[in-house]
Design a protein around this ligand. Structure first.
Ligand code: SF4
Length: 230
């Protein structure tokens, strides 16, 4: 079992490695464009705890008692985690998309800017488009980019072995609620494998190689990952 603070260190290694890798792309995204900042953003409780710590340090923890984070939690649950989604695909099952995405603005959006930018979850960090997406509503991602991002989402979920997964509002609302410890989100799952086309390897592998070779608190990242689940 990885201690929570070790999970946090590994999470930030993922964030930093992704940031270094993704800066090679010329994305159209800029401060003030918040098309992707909706209540459908998902994350783990590991990331939720980081946001709570950040808000507490800023004297903003009371924000989590606001109406955006109150139930109806059941209504907004997405039932398949990233690893659950990949596992279903690997078994050849049909995977249903949610009937409707919740496109209401994220509660941390103010004047079209993120008020928790330093600790935004990976689900926000990966969202990017080569062309402005506000009109089409669809992100234009480079080949292999979404696959690489999905693999990192899988690592985060795998490392957060005692955690839960759901929308940002659901996870933060659940963490803030008394006595609802098992009543929100979906338990995180181990990595079942990956979905990657052969032609995506040349894009994805430099990112993974960079991450795996990093020495973090006496072990390489891949060793932490391999030992994270019993
Ligand atoms: S946490 Fe920040 S970056 Fe993520 S959806 Fe909310 S406002 Fe946007």
């Amino acid at each position: 079992m990885l201690a929570d603070d070790q999970q946090g260190v590994l999470l930030h290694a993922i964030y930093d490695t992704f940031s270094n890798w993704s800066c090679r792309f010329s994305f159209a995204c800029h401060k003030g464009c918040a098309t992707c900042c909706t209540q459908s953003v998902t994350m783990t409780t590991l990331e939720g705890q980081g946001i709570r710590t950040y808000l507490a340090a800023q004297g903003r923890i009371a924000e989590l008692a606001g109406p955006a984070f109150l139930p109806s939690l059941a209504e907004r649950s997405i039932r398949l985690t990233t690893n659950g989604f990949v596992a279903a695909h690997l078994r050849g099952e049909e995977v249903e998309e949610p009937a409707e995405w919740d496109l209401r603005p994220c509660p941390f959006l103010a004047d079209n800017a993120c008020t928790i930018y330093a600790v935004r979850p990976f689900g926000c960090r990966l969202f990017a488009s080569l062309t402005p997406c506000a009109e089409s509503g669809a992100a234009d991602m480079p080949p292999g980019y979404l696959t690489a991002s999905t693999i990192l989402l899988q690592y985060i979920e795998h490392l957060n072995q005692n955690g839960r997964w759901g929308t940002l509002v659901e996870i933060l609302g659940g963490l803030a609620g008394e006595g609802r410890a098992d009543g929100f989100g979906v338990p995180t799952a181990p990595i079942p494998g990956f979905l990657m086309a052969p032609e995506e390897r040349r894009v994805v592998e430099p990112l993974i190689d960079d991450l795996f070779q990093q020495e973090i608190n006496g072990k390489r990242f891949d060793q932490w990952l391999a030992g994270a689940r019993p």
